[in-house]
Design a protein around this ligand. Structure first.
Ligand code: AHG
Ligand code: MN
Ligand code: MN
Length: 335
């Protein structure tokens, strides 16, 4: 019901599921608390002393920003003690992060991108946090990397927070997609966008066109047709957006439709795409599908991909169903 606080909403969801123990509700509240703390730091900008480079690289070989490191530490500190997890995977840590011996372990695993859209921090554009929750195969021992290698269809819950003009939290537990806005006066996420739906059709695409020369033929064809619009055989003309924060792009798609592509390209065979499966593509794929959209690598449903590595990258094409289906069709036509 609009106006419900996050905890109230989760308790109502929990009561609809007779087998629920409440552990997931509590875990999601802990994630939301971490997001509130991160929202506060992001919102203070230069005043929090967190802008600029950290002077280190992460496991992906990417230069870390101070805020990448700080948000990673905030997520770990907010979640390690809760008793709901047996391990965590973060974009900013090479190996799974164990739960300290001092704390009990729980039945879930979490994979997160603590700060998505890092290139936007210093220029004051939207950034966010993305997370995916899985069941731990064995909660009596610390989680290992293979425990996380589950296809996205096995996600129990997924969500993301956008630190934009307003801070919003988007959540799915496999029963639709709901959006909450942070009311800073009371410190609560309030349900403002119940049952978000991705329109099946769109005339808006999002892609980093500076990579065009590296794309595969089906993506070249699709974007070329969008650019030429009614002059090139499409029934409409297209508009383009590229924010370079997936959280902001997916939020826009959930609000008014659109297609987002970060395709595979031939720059580096070791990196089939830019986005990471476990903590970017899978949670976003789950959310988009739950909103009635589609999410594919071009050749396979994202949620069906069997992970082989915790930091594995995949091509991502997601959003309005009819446009995603068209791009997938172009891939099948090329083989
Ligand atoms: P991150 O900041 O976690 O590394 O992720 C950034 C991602 C995604 O949010 C965005 O869509 C894309 O990378 C931007 O990539 P380009 O800089 O190549 O446009
Ligand atoms: Mn990211
Ligand atoms: Mn990140």
């Amino acid at each position: 019901m609009p106006g419900e606080h996050l905890f109230q909403f989760l308790i109502h969801e929990q009561r609809r599921n007779p087998g629920a123990t409440g552990e997931l509700t509590l875990l999601l509240c802990d994630v939301a608390s971490a997001c509130k703390a991160i929202a506060h730091a992001v919102n203070r900008g230069a005043l929090s002393g967190t802008l600029g480079a950290a002077g280190s690289d992460n496991v992906q070989g990417e230069a870390q920003k101070k805020l990448d490191v700080m948000t990673h530490e905030q997520m770990v500190a907010a979640l390690e003690w809760t008793g709901h997890l047996t391990g965590m995977v973060s974009e900013e840590a090479e190996d799974p992060i164990p739960i300290p011996l001092a704390y009990p372990k729980g039945k879930y695993l979490i994979a997160f991108d603590p700060l998505d859209g890092s290139s936007n921090i210093d220029v004051n554009l939207s950034v966010g946090t993305i997370f995916s929750i899985l069941r731990a195969p064995d909660h009596t021992r610390p989680a290992t990397a293979p425990d996380f290698l589950q296809a996205g269809i096995h996600q129990v819950a997924a969500g993301f927070c956008v630190y934009g003009p307003a801070t919003v939290l988007i959540l799915t537990t496999g029963n639709g997609v709901n959006g909450f806005t942070l009311d800073r006066d009371i410190g609560e996420f309030v349900l403002t966008h119940p049952n978000m739906q991705v329109p099946a059709d769109t005339a808006e695409f999002a892609i980093n066109i500076s990579n065009q020369r590296y794309w595969e033929a089906p993506v070249q064809r699709y974007i070329d047709e969008c650019l030429r619009g009614t002059d090139g055989g499409r029934e409409k003309n297209f508009n383009m957006r590229w924010i370079a924060s997936m959280v902001a792009e997916v939020y826009r798609i959930l609000t008014r439709g659109g297609i987002f592509l970060y395709p595979g390209d031939n720059r580096n065979p070791a990196k089939p795409g830019r986005l990471r499966l476990l903590y970017e593509a899978n949670p976003m794929g789950f959310i988009i599908e739950q909103g009635g959209g589609a999410a594919s690598t071009g050749r396979e449903r994202i949620l069906a991909v069997s992970p082989t590595h915790i930091h594995q990258r995949v091509p991502v094409i997601l959003g309005s169903r009819h446009e995603v289906e068209r791009v997938v069709g172009y891939h099948s036509a090329t083989g």
